[in-house]
Design a protein around this ligand. Structure first.
Ligand code: NAD
Length: 347
């Protein structure tokens, strides 16, 4: 089992390995005395993995209730959130009890936010079951639900007490969800770790997924420790996301987040003249089942980019590569965004 320590406003460990859902009870007991817990999961993950976690927690002395919501981003809203916290109250959770989030980023974000606001904050444990959630959303303490006005607009910083990544859960993950997570994995290589990128080119994700997850979590940890509250360096994690979000919205969400970010990384690279980097990213994306060519024009993407929440005061902060393993933040005036996109789309 690999172990990565995160020192943010709360200190916690991220555990990565095989067979960890069966050991969840013992692992959680090391950070929280047995208590009442609600295991939150979605309708796809619960039938596959909830029993294992529940049995293990009960064996370790925890008293468990289950809360299962309909799978998918459409559930990540304020109505579902309130149902969840009402359930916490009905289950008799007190301030010293615990929430366990078992699922992908939607489950972790929503259960994490519910834990942040219930009784003004109770502890929660993340058991991520998607590649994206293991490498990204379960670590760093960003929790949220979506509003009508946009994604993740209502949330809180609330760090988990423990993160347990059981690589066995990836065996049931649909291929399209796995490849979506690969986009974030590629992102880590480009923003911070050339040797990770090279290892991915050589097939490390296929041969040793736990090692790849650990290296991604290590990068996320470093970025979060340097800028927990997203005032500067944490924005590096948005590489490929400005154009990516625009593509996702322009496609009316028929292109997934991962597919859109994959295209967004190519746009951000070409826009600053890094053709060779774009070619290496595209080759890796192709190998991982991700598209790299964006089907939309700069004119179509522009309005979505300008409504992106990262826009501040008539300018846009973009993340662009200098070389594989090093990205920088580049602030550009609103009137230059169109030409940035045009350059990014000229292959
Ligand atoms: N908090 C953060 O820092 C952060 C970072 C990135 C993304 N996010 C959020 O994460 C969400 C996306 O996360 P996601 O891609 O994990 O989505 P998700 O939670 O919707 O999971 C994707 C799909 O896979 C299914 N699934 C999950 N694990 C499974 C398994 N092991 N076996 C079978 N099916 C499984 C789910 O039911 C769902 O249908 C978005 O809402 C995004 O905003 C948050």
């Amino acid at each position: 089992m690999k172990k990565i320590s995160v020192r943010a406003s709360r200190e916690y460990e991220v555990l990565i390995g095989s067979g960890l859902t069966e050991k969840a009870g013992e692992l959680v007991k090391q950070v929280h005395a047995p208590c009442r817990t609600v295991i939150v999961s979605d309708s796809n993950v619960a039938p596959l993995w909830l029993d294992k976690v529940k049995v293990s927690l009960e064996k370790a002395g925890f008293t468990c209730s289950e809360y299962v919501f309909p799978a998918g981003e459409a559930s990540k809203n304020t109505a579902e959130l309130i149902k969840m916290v009402e359930f916490f109250a009905e289950s008799g959770l007190t301030r010293t009890d615990l929430v366990v989030a078992l699922g992908g980023g939607v489950t972790g974000d929503m259960a994490g936010f519910a834990s942040a606001i219930f009784l003004r904050g109770i502890e929660f444990v993340q058991i991520p079951t998607t590649l994206l959630a293991m490498t990204d959303s379960s670590v760093g303490g960003k929790t949220a639900v979506d509003l009508e006005a946009g994604k993740n607009l209502c949330g809180a910083f609330h760090q988990p007490s423990l993160v347990i990544c059981d690589t066995d859960t990836l065996s049931t993950l649909p291929a399209v969800e796995f490849s979506g997570g690969c986009a974030e994995v590629i992102k880590y290589g480009v923003i911070r770790d050339a040797s990770l990128f090279e290892a991915l080119e050589e097939g490390l994700l296929e041969s040793d997924p736990a090692e790849v997850i650990a290296r991604c979590v290590g990068i996320k940890r470093d970025v979060v420790e340097a800028d927990e509250f997203d005032k500067g360096e944490r924005q590096l994690l948005n590489f490929g996301h400005t154009a990516g979000h625009a593509i996702e919205k322009q496609s009316n969400f028929t292109l997934s987040h991962g597919q859109s970010v994959a295209m967004g990384m190519i746009i951000a690279s070409l826009a600053v003249g890094k053709k060779e980097i774009a070619q290496r990213i595209a080759a890796l994306e192709d190998k991982m089942g991700l598209p790299s060519a964006c089907p939309y024009t700069a004119e179509l993407l522009l309005p979505w980019c300008m409504s992106d929440k990262k826009k501040a005061g008539g300018s846009l902060t973009l993340v662009v590569p200098e070389k594989i393993g090093c990205c920088i933040l580049k602030k550009i005036p609103a009137e230059e965004v169109l030409s940035f996109l045009e350059r990014g789309l000229s292959r």
